[in-house]
Design a protein around this ligand. Structure first.
Ligand SMILES: Cc1cc2nc3c(=O)[nH]c(=O)nc-3n(C[C@H](O)[C@H](O)[C@H](O)COP(=O)(O)OP(=O)(O)OC[C@H]3O[C@@H](n4cnc5c(N)ncnc54)[C@H](O)[C@@H]3O)c2cc1C
Length: 492
């Protein structure tokens, strides 16, 4: 008889977990509270435009990279054209454009920030490339002494250890680096590691710099089309996907688990939660809530986001990079952001925007606190102000945006994100990959309860679609092998 599993949440973590469980022969039911899949990496439509909700940059489809490995194992082919230019980082009206061409990047970095910074960057990129190579070789976090021994015997892992103990900022080389270069580095790292250079171990900082020189894939329909493809394959292979089915509680039931939905209860042997630890604790029955309490206490906060979705006349030109990071001179007063990340839809992608228009997603890191308890009127005002400040930031490098036709202007706040994803306080960015999180132990997704585990971006290796894919692969592997049994350390 087939074994049964329920997966709660059809974000990246839940979709990959559901496919792995299905591949292992389980009867899998995937429950999603919204009418669409993808969560933070979903898309939505408005007035003839398709918008990417949050996640936009797609990296790592190469066969040796984690996402490439996962898609090959799951037999989900997914190809997309590669960007010629990757990203332009804007400071004081000047772009610094990075691509896959290391020589051109070195020249651009030297011109903008001097030779020392360019050397630091290149050392980091080399370290990052070694780090990516190791991710697929080691089982991390270790399941037990066997994995620890494997890591200890791996000379490459030893070679990378010092870079885990030193901060990215400490590798910059003191007074030789300008404040502008430091600000750029901080804002770039915030996107990839959710932390600034002084708090980010160099190894993680390096991984976050290296990806900017990797192939960036520009899928038709954007990043969300990958998530939609995963859902389509899951259903085609016999999986049950129930949309608009929020889970309001879960509990033990005999040797398995029971989840509560509006339509009634559902039972299964295994339960995989694509929920943050805060939300898992909130929905857990009293006898299970304690399994998440330690993680909640250790990891009490994370970033939220403010966003702007813009359907706008194409004033950007042909030769422009698909991604732009605007490093700002002054903090944006309402969101509190120091930079904004801009994604332009491909000029020829008719699934995203009508001819002559582009679909634009802007996002920035925002402190989660301060958005709770607002009245609808207060929130409405602050939301409109977020839209205005992000729009005026975009008009810095692209002044034509001011007078361009803008049929869609949709700001988003932490409160919007909470409603959109169900995540506590709109905390959407995983956990910061900083020293503090490492000291407390990045959550592993293990719960200490046989058959119950957690996936998603608050589970190691954290934020991003590729990281969720790799995390889901590990967590499901552990679940099926019984490694997440009561004998192992609880770190849900
Ligand atoms: C603004 C922004 C920009 C980003 N940019 C990038 C990027 O460029 N590239 C990249 O790789 N990553 C990016 N990320 C990160 C990436 O989007 C996330 O790490 C990843 O998508 C998170 O997936 P998840 O499965 O952990 O969670 P989610 O995407 O939050 O998925 C959880 C799912 O569970 C559902 N759910 C919640 N509660 C319940 C319930 N009670 N019952 C049923 N269903 C429920 C939600 O509706 C959602 O669909 C970005 C994130 C944001 C917010």
């Amino acid at each position: 008889m087939k074994r049964s599993s329920i997966v709660v949440g059809a974000g990246a973590g839940g979709l990959f977990a559901a496919l792995y469980l299905q591949q292992a022969g389980h009867d899998v039911m995937l429950l999603e509270s919204k009418a669409h899949v993808g969560g933070c990496a979903s898309a939505f439509s408005a007035k003839g435009f398709r918008f990417l909700s949050g996640a936009t940059t797609l990296i790592g489809l190469e066969p040796e990279m984690p996402l490439g490995r996962v898609l090959a194992e799951l037999e989900v082919p997914f190809a997309a054209p590669i960007a010629q230019k990757n990203i332009s980082v804007w400071q004081r009206g000047e772009p610094l454009t990075l691509s896959r061409d290391t020589g051109a990047n070195t020249e651009a970095l030297t011109r903008a920030h001097g030779e020392h910074f360019a050397q630091f960057w290149n050392r980091s990129v080399q370290l990052g490339a070694r780090g990516w190579g190791l991710i697929t070789q080691l089982h991390f976090p270790p399941r037990g002494p066997g994995d620890l021994l494997g890591a200890a015997r791996n000379p490459q892992a030893w070679g990378l250890l010092p870079a885990l103990l030193q901060s990215t900022a400490s590798k910059l080389g003191g007074g030789l680096i300008s404040d502008a270069a430091k600000a750029m580095l901080d804002e770039l790292l915030l996107v990839s590691t959710q932390a600034r250079a002084a708090n980010t171990p160099w190894l993680f900082g390096a991984l976050g710099m290296e990806y900017l020189q990797r192939p960036l894939y520009l899928a038709e329909g954007g990043m969300a089309s990958l998530l939609e493809r995963l859902a389509e394959v899951f259903v085609r292979r016999g999986g049950t996907l129930k949309l608009e089915t929020p889970v309001s509680a879960f509990a033990r039931q005999g040797d398995g688990f029971r989840v509560q939905t509006r339509e009634g209860v559902l039972d299964a042997e295994h339960l995989v939660l694509n929920l943050t630890h805060w939300d898992a604790k909130r929905l857990a029955a009293p006898e299970l809530a304690g399994k998440f309490a330690g993680t909640v206490a250790r990891h009490s906060d994370a970033w939220a986001a403010c966003t702007l979705h813009l359907g706008v006349e194409d004033v950007f030109g042909d030769d422009v990079a698909p991604y732009h990071q605007l490093v700002l001179e002054q903090t944006l007063p309402v969101s509190g952001a120091h930079s904004a990340f801009v994604t332009l839809s491909r000029r020829d992608d008719r699934s995203m925007a009508p001819p002559g228009f582009r679909s634009v997603t802007m996002s920035c890191h925002a402190p989660a606190r301060g958005w709770e308890g607002l009245s609808d009127a207060e929130h409405g005002q602050r939301k409109a102000a977020v839209g205005e400040e992000l729009l005026s930031a975009l008009a810095g490098p692209f002044p034509q945006v001011k007078s361009a036709a803008k049929p869609v202007v949709l700001p988003g706040t932490p409160k919007t994100w909470q409603g959109f994803t169900g995540r506590w306080g709109g905390r959407v960015g995983g956990l910061p990959f900083d020293f503090a999180t490492l000291r407390r132990g990045y959550p592993t997704g293990r719960t200490g309860v046989r058959g119950l585990a957690r996936v998603g971006d608050t589970v190691f290796p954290g934020q991003s679609v590729p990281a969720c894919a790799w995390g889901a692969r590990r967590v499901v592997g552990e679940l099926l092998s019984g490694a997440a049994s009561p004998r192992t350390r609880t770190a849900g």
